[in-house]
Ligand binder design. Structure first.
Ligand SMILES: [Fe+2]
Length: 297
């Protein structure tokens, strides 16, 4: 190769690298938005019970990536999907160092009041909502600011709680647990959970199917077969995901629960790729998504 040819080749490589960088740092995390659909008949499901769930996971609000304006557009898209239920799966605030202006959780929750659906909106709380709440951290328990903000906005929070709902007179349970890494400990990288899965499921008083909300998918390893479907966020699909593989996943189990519809021993888990970013404002190969789950019996 001539010197001129080599320079051209290196120049092309630099432009390609810069293009991928711009895409991963700005375009994919800051502008893209897609809808990911799943359709299934989960185990222990009631014949005739048809439900559309719209999942909004990990919005991580904070300027400049996730402004209130963008949050509003996401909520509009969610409304256009005509779900029976809107489910907010936690991590409402961005806590990474690239946030130029924080957005109060009260504003995030207030905006979410515009969500509409036949059976309403329910929420759970994410680890970042716990970690960003100094009072909850020092007390060692909730309710977190995020939980109170959602409840104040009229959105019930299933923090180790259940709700019994029905569509067309066919009942089902919605249950939710608190974060399994809610509290920081003195040892860096070690956390304490505030989840109580047995205590939550003990509140179920009949044989109607259960949909369980767990921010972190790692809780799926403890999910009994009685639960028809577990819904999670938290991983963001690893934020960088190429050919179905993510180099970094915030999970004890690596890629096992990183993204998508996972079936193990007849139990079902759906992990949303979520909308925002944590640690670094980068997404590549896993664009922000609203997740739609159609359940039929
Ligand atoms: Fe999270």
């Amino acid at each position: 190769m001539t010197r001129r040819g080599l320079l051209k080749w290196l120049g092309g490589l630099a432009i390609a690298g810069a293009s991928v960088g711009t895409y991963a740092l700005a375009i994919e995390p800051g502008f893209l938005l897609r809808t990911q659909y799943y359709a299934l008949t989960p185990p222990n499901w009631t014949p005739g019970l048809k439900l559309r769930l719209v999942l909004i996971a990990d919005p991580h609000l904070g300027e400049p990536y996730m402004s209130l304006g963008r949050w509003s557009r996401i909520l509009d898209l969610a409304n256009s999907l005509e779900g029976d239920l809107n489910l907010l799966l936690g991590d409402f605030a961005a806590t990474h160092r690239f946030v130029t202006s924080r957005i109060p959780i009260a504003d995030t929750a207030h905006a979410a009041k515009k969500l509409t659906s036949r059976l309403g909106t329910y929420a759970i709380i994410g680890n970042h909502d716990w970690w960003g709440d100094a009072t909850a951290q020092s007390l060692g328990h909730g309710p977190t600011l995020a939980e109170r903000a959602m409840e104040d906005a009229g959105i019930p929070v299933l923090e180790n709680r259940v709700a019994r709902l029905a569509k067309d007179n066919l009942p089902f349970w919605l249950s939710g647990t608190a974060s399994i890494v809610a509290l920081k400990t003195e040892v860096r990288g070690r956390f304490e959970g505030r989840d109580d899965l047995p205590g939550t499921l003990a509140q179920v008083t009949d044989a109607a199917p259960i949909i369980h909300l767990a921010h972190e998918p790692d809780l799926f390893t403890q999910m009994p077969p009685r639960v028809s479907l577990t819904l999670s966020g938290h991983t963001h699909g690893g934020q960088v995901r190429l050919l179905g593989w993510s180099p970094i996943v915030p999970s004890e189990f690596g890629n096992r629960f990183a993204y998508g519809h996972i079936i193990e021993d007849g139990r079902h888990l759906i992990v949303s790729g979520g909308l925002g970013c944590s640690v670094l404002p980068v997404r590549l190969g896993v664009p922000p998504e609203i997740t739609v789950v159609d359940l039929t019996g």
